[in-house]
Design a protein around this ligand. Structure first.
Ligand code: F6R
Length: 246
């Protein structure tokens, strides 16, 4: 009994267009929508498409609020690789969003013990996330909820696995420069979103995407927990979807 919907599209460009349309439709329907956003390479094309649509007056972001999934711990906010900077450069600087209503977890908190609760309180005060955008790690992580025996419900500080550090080293000069910890939403806020879309492209994600199609869940592949959510759409290009039963 799989509730997830799978959309297999030709390539990254089409994936970006289809996912951007789904997000724009939510904003057209509800101009004050609360959007859950992600970083990484997967959503870059989708954000480009949203920028195009905004600049062509097809969608208006002036009243939306956004909350991001995660942020590296310890990088200055303006560091080239901070997720705040990523969001500004890849989306916020180019659309008519009110930047004061864009939230990214604090990567330099005074108190590591309360940073998670503060972000959860913030999300709670904003209401239900109308649509949560996700990428997926090739190890099955969503946000920085890494494979483990137990997963955390609330926003929390977490260590990154060696796998994820390897994967993210491509963005840094040296592997040693990749932060080893992050602040991440837990499964609670993600599963609490009204609608979820997960985008993945390229053959490196094909195996983990296949694991989303069977009837099992495991904390060792955190994305499999999305099978319990009533409204999830997985959008993949042909390469990432190559092992899916069509
Ligand atoms: C980013 C995030 C991560 C990425 C994942 C895939 O905010 O939460 O879970 O979505 O690591 O990254 P890319 O898209 O670079 O393959």
């Amino acid at each position: 009994m799989i509730l997830m919907k799978f959309k297999i599209v030709k390539d990254y460009q089409e994936l970006s267009r289809v996912a951007a349309e789904m997000m724009a439709d939510i904003v057209k329907e509800k101009p004050k929508a609360l959007l859950g956003l992600a970083t990484g390479s997967s959503p870059v094309g989708l954000y480009k498409e949203l920028i195009r649509m905004n600049q062509a007056n097809e969608v208006d972001f002036s009243q939306v609020t956004t909350v991001n999934l995660d942020e590296y711990l310890g990088l200055p906010e303006n560091h080239e690789q901070s997720y705040r900077r990523f969001m500004n450069e890849n989306l916020f600087d180019h659309i008519n969003v009110d930047k004061n209503k864009t939230y990214v977890p604090n990567g330099n908190p005074e108190n590591l013990d309360t940073v998670g609760q503060e972000y959860d309180d913030l999300i709670q005060s904003l209401g239900q996330i109308d649509i949560q955008l996700l990428g997926i790690g090739h190890n099955g992580h969503i946000a920085f909820n890494e494979p483990a025996d137990e997963l955390v419900v609330g926003t929390h500080v977490t260590g990154l696995t060696e796998d994820t550090i390897d994967a993210n080293a491509r963005f840094f000069e040296k592997r040693e420069d990749v932060p080893t910890q992050a602040v991440t939403m837990g499964l609670g806020s993600i599963m609490g979103a009204k609608k979820i879309i997960l985008v993945a492209s390229g053959s490196g994600k094909a195996e983990v995407i296949k694991a989303l199609q069977d009837d099992l869940i495991t904390t060792q592949i955190p994305a499999t927990l999305l099978k319990l959510h009533p409204d999830v759409t997985i959008i993949v290009d042909e390469e990432a979807g190559k092992y899916l039963n069509k």
